[in-house]
Design a protein around this ligand. Sequence first.
Ligand SMILES: [Zn+2]
Length: 316
Amino acid sequence: MAKEYVIGIDLGGTKISGALSDVDGNLLSQYTLPTNAFEGETAVLERVIKVIDKVLNDGNKTAEDIKAIGIGSPGPLDAKNGIIITTPNLPFKNFKLVDPIKEKFGVPTYLDNDGNVAAVGEFVFGAGQGTKNMVFVTVSTGIGGGAVLNGQVYRGNTSNALEIGHMTLEKDGPRCNCGNYGCAEALASGTAIGKRGKEAVLGEEPTSLKNYDDVTSYEVFLEAKKGDKVASEILDKSLEYLGICVANLIITFDPETVIIGGGVSKGGDIVFDKVKEVVNTRCFKAMAESCKIVPAGLGTDAGVMGAVALAVIESK
Ligand SMILES: [Zn+2]
């Protein structure tokens, strides 16, 4: 009988979530363990294996029934060789994650970074279904992304393509966590919006943001929607940068669809209207008109569904 099942693992800084699924994305079983990164890399690997064993067992399947295992993890990593190079919230340093799992279960195993996995998830099961070329942008604490081009994940030479949070948008702009200046992430992420809000609280101009003990992007959105001038200006400026980032992606890839996910995208029309306005101003008309800009289709289980999608797409 043909193997019709896959396993997806979302390996994050706080938890390891796994699912056993058929190739159409119908989940048979799910299991989550805390990552406990402080225990070190071998312990985390053992927990990943435990999650795989558990979802197999709960779904009444064995490794023999499994076509592929997909793993999504924060980068940077070497997707081709299944190595996590380093990442702030996980204990791995040049750790070969894939080989021991492949060996233990005898199943082809694929590793990819969060951004690519989320893009594949949207392509196979979410808002990118039916498209051939799509770019995914996630805007929350940071900004990340991934692209599926001609039906395949585009990873680039070192598997770090679409690190769009670090696209320079302002040459003398604010310093980014990466050390560069004026990155998209330093100008348009949720963190950046919150930071501008905090600065406004200390400023001269009256603003309802001053009524809060702590200001994050959430309060900036809230007060902008209520009509506060300062909050509206902060948001408008940040979203203009997000729009420029998306316009640059459209100019580069000429995609059918740009999908925007992450916490900031939950702002709804205020976000999408501004991004579309900037895209219409800055991109060639034909490209802008033929490209849909839509919210992500997958919800809270996007990480695990993306990993399932990675297993499906890579084992085709
Ligand atoms: Zn940066």
